[in-house]
Design a protein around this ligand. Sequence first.
Ligand code: PHE
Ligand code: ZN
Ligand code: ZN
Ligand code: ZN
Length: 295
Amino acid sequence: PPNISLANVKAHLTQFQTIATSNGGNRAHGRPGYLASANYVKAQLDAAGFQTVLQSFTYNGLTGYNVLADWPGGNPDDILMVGAHLDSVTAGPGINDNGSGSAAILETALEVSRQALQPTKHLRFAWWGAEELGLRGSQHYVTNLAATERAKIKAYLNFDMVGSPNAGYFLYDGDNSDGVGAGPGPAGSAQLEQVLQSYFTSIGVPTRGTDFDGRSDYGPFISRGIAAGGTFTGAEGIKSSAQAQLWGGTAGQAFDVCYHRACDTTSNINDTALDRNADAIAHAVWTISTATPPV
Ligand code: PHE
Ligand code: ZN
Ligand code: ZN
Ligand code: ZN
């Protein structure tokens, strides 16, 4: 799997910041900064040879959009989806939440194109609208898929907040290895966690589980029994002293002090965390999509 360029990921974040700044300071559902961000993502993917769709939906009387991008080829009955929400809250530009996941999967998709990857699975990337209002875009997508189309999606990887300034390294706990909380994900989720785990092990970074508590866009997928996984570097939760021992950073402080605030700007990014997570995404996409026999 390739190394994803941190500089390229950060260039996408700069674009998201510029779009927000010139559109009232955010990329929120129904606001002009959202559609401008969706158009930026779509244009990059179109130029790279993806088959893209701007899927619209209505929520709160306002139009929202998902960007869907299919990489031609692979088994159409065996789809790996990779997603991130592209909307922010109204309070700020949402660069960590979730410019970070959006930029990291965008750069991974562009690298798929540069390398002319020929996966055995079919690859589909998604940028979701209106996550901040209750997973509305991902819910719209999953609900409106015919059951036959839904059955072709064998796995979903979600990336929401992957550059938190006081970062932790969390993997969605597909196997419920900590034995507490929401329990395991659907069958296949433990294998997705293992693939992500193997990347962090290879770079010597310890990880911990985070529950499938329904707070991000994997929700509509796991509720239909689709295997899911992904990474997360923490939101409003407070880093414990044990976690600071494990990962560095500041104990007693939130993983992201600017969570849902105006200060979630390009300054609110931990470059090391963003770089490691982007590389983990590429590792997972390459490993899972090219596996023979398929996993
Ligand atoms: N989805 C939450 C938000 O966008 C953040 C979050 C992501 C929380 C992943 C928990 C796990 O505000
Ligand atoms: Zn949020
Ligand atoms: Zn989020
Ligand atoms: Zn686990």
